[in-house]
Write a protein that binds this ligand. Structure first.
Ligand code: 2P0
Length: 331
């Protein structure tokens, strides 16, 4: 039998309403809806090739043979795809990231979105967009959103439905009228000390602020969708910054506390506030790492980036709205 292979490319996304905490660890079902912008930078390219004679999957990430957690998660994901496809062949997965892995810049989002598309194709599955998003979600929650470009909403789904898995998928926000950019201030590209998976678990189990943040996130999402429709940059920015700070407050009040933000992050947050006082519309959002992403109108992005470079002296990347996951021709 001829081996099948497929290549896919996906981009990271940054959440403006965050996903933080799972109600179901196995199915990766979140407690709250989230909303993100897919970026046009740092793509991941993944090739999946079936190996009918192999007795184990092989994963090569950025030129190095993967072991440990990366291999375990990739193999578990391929098992899911094989189950769906009713096939047994093992595969070789070759993946190239252009985003620093594990630095809170969403490499698992682009990684599992690209893997979902390439693996589905290689194993002969024909999936609709929502099905592909559900599949990517099983690899990493945020990957459900990177299946689509632009602004994307991920529905937490209905936990009381007969099959909750079917109700939790992402889809594009088609009525957004906002040309926004995210200016990524890369303070640290190293891997994080506590994985977001473990940090979420700890937060849900021990933070007294967690339930309140989930309730606020529901209201934040409704207001943000209206603001996106109205093209109201200030409203979107204010909601995003508050939602991110709220998420970090939940982890800081977990036991033991999780702190991703550093003094360098705080310096950037102060500068974002200073920009606002000077009349420039800029708002901060931070994920599971010290890096700060500054949300602003695309027309202001270069000005914001120049200020961030001046103040921090670190790598600053302007990201605009990017495309969803797509196939690439096998070469
Ligand atoms: C987000 N993050 O909405 C949130 C905000 C980090 C902070 O999604 O456990 O790698 O694989 O589902 O998707 C990072 O978590 O976690 C994340 P898993 P994931 O972007």
């Amino acid at each position: 039998m001829t081996a099948r292979e497929a290549v896919a490319v996906a981009h990271p996304n940054i959440a403006l309403i965050k996903y933080w905490g799972k109600r179901d660890e196995h199915l990766v079902l979140p407690f709250n809806d989230s909303l993100s912008l897919t970026l046009d930078v740092f793509p991941t390219t993944t090739k999946v090739r079936l190996e009918p004679d192999a007795d184990a999957d092989r994963v090569v990430m950025d030129g190095a043979i993967a072991r440990g957690e990366v291999l375990r998660r990739t193999t578990a994901f391929l098992e899911l795809v094989r189950e769906l496809a009713g096939r047994r062949e093992r595969a070789v997965v070759e993946t190239r990231n252009t985003v620093p892995v594990g630095a809170g810049l969403a490499s698992s989002a682009s990684g599992f979105a690209a893997l979902a598309l390439a693996a589905a194709h290689a194993y002969g599955l024909s999936l609709g967009a929502a099905q592909l998003s559900r599949l990517a979600r099983r690899g990493s929650g945020s990957a459900a959103r990177s299946v689509f470009g632009g602004f994307v909403v991920w529905h937490a789904g209905d936990p009381d439905a007969p099959d909750p898995d079917h109700t939790s998928y992402a889809e594009p926000v088609t009525d957004a009228r906002l040309d926004a950019s995210l200016v990524a201030v890369v303070l640290d590209a190293g891997p994080k000390a506590v994985s977001s998976r473990e940090a979420m678990r700890r937060t849900v189990a021990t933070s007294p602020l967690y339930r309140g943040w989930v309730t606020d996130s529901h209201a934040d999402l409704a207001r943000m969708r209206t603001a996106l429709r109205d093209g109201d940059m200030a409203c979107v920015g204010e909601i995003a910054e508050r939602n991110a700070l709220g998420m970090h407050a939940t982890m800081e009040t977990a036991r033991p506390a999780v702190r991703y933000l550093t003094s360098a992050s705080t310096t950037v947050l102060d500068e974002v506030r200073r920009l606002r006082r000077e009349g420039v519309g800029a708002w901060a959002t931070m994920d599971a790492g010290p890096n700060v992403k500054v949300l602003c109108a695309s027309a202001d992005a270069e000005q914001v980036a120049a200020r961030m470079r001046e103040v921090t002296g670190v790598l600053v990347v302007v990201a605009r709205s990017g495309p969803g996951a797509r196939h690439e021709t096998v070469t």
